[in-house]
Design a protein around this ligand. Structure first.
Ligand code: BES
Ligand code: MN
Ligand code: ZN
Length: 503
């Protein structure tokens, strides 16, 4: 779908549908709403006066115009009360409007950022609008071969603006949002693709493809190279599968040579059966999503490069299946990780922290300014915080604060869990240095405590995305399924100027 920003006025623009947002219970129309109302002989005022449309959150009304009016339909999108305005409301309103327009099989539509006087720069608002439209319209269709007539595709969305300065701000915001929304959709696609089509090899190919023509260097380590390096925790997990593991490395150098990189690490278990400690079969199909952290990292690095962010970035994505083949690692086994520390396997289903142990050790060797890891790491995180929340752990207050600020902007809910000393006691091993599981109590946190052992003294934050990586019920701009969680968060964090961080 093509996103355009044009000089002009919405009421004069030939379009299948013009989206007009409206705050709840307001009767005075402003901006584009007012000129559309005037030109259409009061159609908007009518529907508001009759009470059919009040502007409550997520409310949509379609008004049909007549004669030679260039706007064929006016789509009213409820924004809720003006006093409660947030960017999230705006994203949601445009997502709902776009979905309604798709249902009506309209070819293209348009809108204008016509209200002023809310406390947000126009550029941010344009970002919110375009994100809402693109993310709200996302669907995963590559495997559909029947009922294709239901898969109507909207071809274009145009934002109209007459004022010069406003036009520039909107154009810039729209471009940024397009890059970010494309990255989120890319992550959603990778996560939704089933494990027979998204093996570690496929994921590495996607990563390589995503760097094409961009200022990103992609290196993929194979099992032999991992073996030579000593990544025996990762290799241990990979042993139960015939699919070869891959360690995907992405380097983007947009900053000064001398400035330390930010390292993003993402868990990519392309299918988690649990291994020998096999999972119950119910819902096991969902474990194709166990590479959502890795997908988010690959997508975020691509977006950072496309945005030309002035920073250095390294993406590290350990990828393997976790299967119970004849050669699989077993409970009781001891693995020697890349760090040299030994790990006793309590359960082969706690595999994410094993591949991350090696990936984090590898990340620390870059001497980065910060390491952020994303992983669908524990069911316990879902038990603790619910389906919609990212569990955050780490020991660097400044970094955690920066993540919180980015998350507030993108409305990806992040909540911190503690990493007190007692938890660290629980991951000490009996025969080995550490053990990979410590019982049900505080399961998300003991996983975090385990990871911390492999980060050296680099500022580090762990984000457990097990809950929000896959959502069971539609949200306004997150259709049910793979959410792409973490992509917007990471990009926002990078944009917010962690770039100036000094070690
Ligand atoms: N990939 C799972 C965690 C998970 C569960 C993600 C549900 C998304 C939805 C992870 O590898 C796992 O199996 N964790 C175990 C750890 C336990 C055995 C210590 C868990 O959470 O049960
Ligand atoms: Mn597991
Ligand atoms: Zn897993």
């Amino acid at each position: 779908m093509k996103i355009k920003v044009k000089k002009g006025s919405l009421a004069e623009y030939e379009t299948g549908a013009a989206v007009v947002t409206h705050f709840e219970d307001e009767t005075v129309l402003e901006g584009a709403a007012s000129s559309l109302d005037e030109r259409s002989g009061g159609l908007i005022a009518d529907i508001i006066r009759l009470g059919d449309f009040t502007g409550r959150t997520n409310q949509i009304a379609v008004i049909y115009t007549r004669n030679d009016f260039p706007v064929k339909r006016i789509v009213m999108a409820g924004m809720g009360k003006r006093a409660d305005f947030t960017l999230e409301r705006l994203r949601g309103a445009y997502a709902r409007a776009a979905q309604q327009i798709r249902t009506l099989k309209i070819g293209e539509f348009s809108s204008a950022l016509h209200f002023r006087g809310v406390d947000l720069p126009l550029e941010r608002m344009a970002e919110g609008v375009v994100e809402g439209v693109l993310l709200g319209l996302y669907r995963f269709l590559p495997f559909k071969t029947v009922d294709l007539e239901q898969n109507h595709k909207i071809t274009g969305f145009t934002l109209l603006e007459a004022d010069d300065a406003a036009f520039k701000a909107i154009r810039s915001g729209a471009k940024t949002a397009e890059i970010i929304a494309d990255a989120v959709s890319f992550a959603r696609d990778m996560v939704s693709t089933p494990s027979n089509q998204m093996t570690p090899t496929d994921l590495a190919k996607e990563a390589r493809k995503s760097t094409r023509g961009k200022n990103i260097r992609c290196t993929v380590l194979d099992a032999e190279q991992m073996k030579a390096a000593g990544m025996n925790a990762l290799l241990g997990v990979a042993r139960g599968s015939h699919e070869p593991p891959k360690m995907i490395l992405l380097e983007y150098n947009g900053g000064k040579k001398s400035s330390p990189a930010i390292a993003l690490v993402g868990k990519a278990i392309t299918f988690d059966s649990g291994g020998i400690s096999i999972k119950p079969s119910e819902k096991m199909d969902q474990m194709k999503t166990d590479m959502a952290g890795g997908a988010a990292v690959i997508a975020a690095v691509r977006a950072a490069a496309e945005l030309g962010l002035p920073l250095n970035l390294v993406g590290i994505v350990p990828a393997t299946e976790n299967l119970p083949g004849g050669n699989a690692f077993k409970p009781g086994d001891i693995l020697t990780s890349l760090s040299g520390r030994t790990i006793e396997i309590v359960t082969t289903d706690a595999e994410g922290r094993l591949i991350l142990a090696d990936a984090l050790t590898y990340a620390a060797r870059y001497k980065p300014a910060a390491i952020i890891d994303l992983a669908t790491l524990t069911g316990a995180c879902i038990v603790a915080l619910g389906d919609h929340v990212i569990g955050m752990m780490g020991r660097d207050d400044k970094l955690k604060q920066e993540i919180r600020e980015a998350a507030e902007f993108t409305e990806e809910n992040v909540w911190e869990l503690p990493l007190w000393e007692e938890y660290h006691e629980l991951v000490k091993g009996d025969a080995a240095d550490y053990k990979n599981a410590a019982g049900r109590a505080g399961g998300a946190i003991t996983a975090g405590a385990f990871l911390s052992k492999f980060t050296g003294d680099t500022p580090w934050v762990h984000l457990d995305i097990a809950g929000p990586a896959w959502i069971a019920k539609d949200k306004p701009y997150i259709p049910k399924g793979a959410s792409g969680v973490g992509v917007r968060l990471l990009v926002q964090f990078l944009r917010n100027g962690c770039l100036t961080r000094k070690k």
